[in-house]
Ligand binder design. Structure first.
Ligand code: HMG
Ligand code: MG
Length: 298
């Protein structure tokens, strides 16, 4: 019923840090990524080649990629919204890129300044160029369980955008509950709809934990056949274009649950927790991970 192995995509260094108001020193970002790799994270979203006017915190992603000590078994990825971003990513020798679309027209405009259709047109040359460079491309679809501007989003709309991205050459689609409003029933309904047209082996889930539903939603997604889960160490983050959205599901909480279910992730919970406590000390904030708090107090 459940998978034996879950691919955990650690998005803390990107989704987690992009929302921080004060500029984080380069070395702090590098240390976080290296500690996550040492903890056994194999997929680390390490930066974002977006406009620095839009997301100033990610302006030094080229420096991050230049200075991290890379582990051979780790995939270091970055977001690329357009060809300019892809060229920067190629110069930085990233292992994988991600394009990001939305299932909500309003969020698409706020986040990337164009309609959903325009974004797909913009991504096509990017996907073609990535293919020519043998670079795997992940696709994100945001607001799959609700939008901060439009409210409910229909599962068939989400499915259409997922399908377009797969047809264009993405190898995996990550479903973003950008504002964390989803519940297990809504998650099941969405995945049922998507599974009519798409093999759920190509689907990842990406839950923000605003309403404390993320772990329950992950469990439901695993029951439906999903085996790729995004999370951020310490529950870092939020989205600059989704007011009030909290961080992602904390990786520590995810790994603790999966360990308890005898599902392998390859991640060492103790080292992961130390990485999380270390970045929160640097940010001078409390961890958002319940597991990190529990282990810290033992
Ligand atoms: P625009 O203003 O329409 O684009 O922004 P433009 O082409 O007119 O460019 C404006 C300026 O930005 C120009 O500079 C470009 O050179 C520069 P100027 O001539 O004014 O000096 N520029 C760039 N610079 C560096 N790298 C680039 C780049 N592109 C343009 N790649 C654009 C359109 C898409 C660029 C902008 O809207 C943007 O960067 N948006 C990114 C927003 C973002 O990163 N949001 C957060 C990530 S998505 C997310 O968090 C959700 C997710 O986690 C899943 C979930 O939770 O749902 C993935
Ligand atoms: Mg996100």
């Amino acid at each position: 019923m459940y998978p034996n192995y879950v691919k955990v995509v650690e998005v803390g260094p990107r989704d987690g840090l992009q929302n921080e108001k004060s500029i984080i020193p380069l070395q702090t970002k590098i240390t976080l990524i290296e500690q996550l790799a040492a903890a056994g994270c194999k997929y680390i979203e390490s930066g974002s080649f977006v406009s620095p006017k839009w997301v100033p915190q990610m302006a030094d992603s080229d420096q991050v990629f230049k200075h991290i000590t890379r582990q051979p078994e780790v995939h270091y990825s970055a977001l690329t919204p357009n060809l300019e971003g892809l060229r920067a990513a190629l110069s930085s020798s990233v292992d994988e890129i991600a394009v990001f679309a939305s299932a909500s027209e309003s969020f698409s405009q706020k986040n990337i300044n164009c309609s959903i259709q325009q974004s797909l047109v913009r991504f096509q040359p990017l996907l073609d160029m990535a293919r020519a460079h043998h670079l795997p491309v992940r696709g994100y679809v945001s607001c799959v369980l609700g939008c901060p501007y439009e409210g409910n989003i229909s599962p068939s709309k989400v499915t259409t955008v997922c399908k377009s991205l797969l047809d264009m050459g993405c190898y995996e689609i990550s479903l973003g509950d950008t504002i964390g409003v989803g519940t297990p029933n809504k998650t099941a309904k969405l995945l049922n709809k998507i599974s009519e047209e798409i093999d759920l082996k190509q689907i990842a889930v990406h839950f923000h934990d605003t309403y404390g539903q993320a772990l329950a939603n992950v469990l439901m997604a695993l029951q439906q056949g999903v085996a790729v889960v995004d999370s951020a160490v310490s529950g870092l983050g939020g989205c600059p274009y989704a007011q009030g959205a909290s961080g992602n599901l904390a990786t520590e909480d995810l790994v603790y649950m999966l360990n308890g279910m005898a599902i392998n992730t390859g991640i060492d919970l103790h080292k992961l927790t130390q990485a999380g406590l270390s970045i929160m000390r640097a940010l001078n904030k409390p961890t958002q991970s319940k597991v990190a708090l529990a282990l810290k107090n033992q």
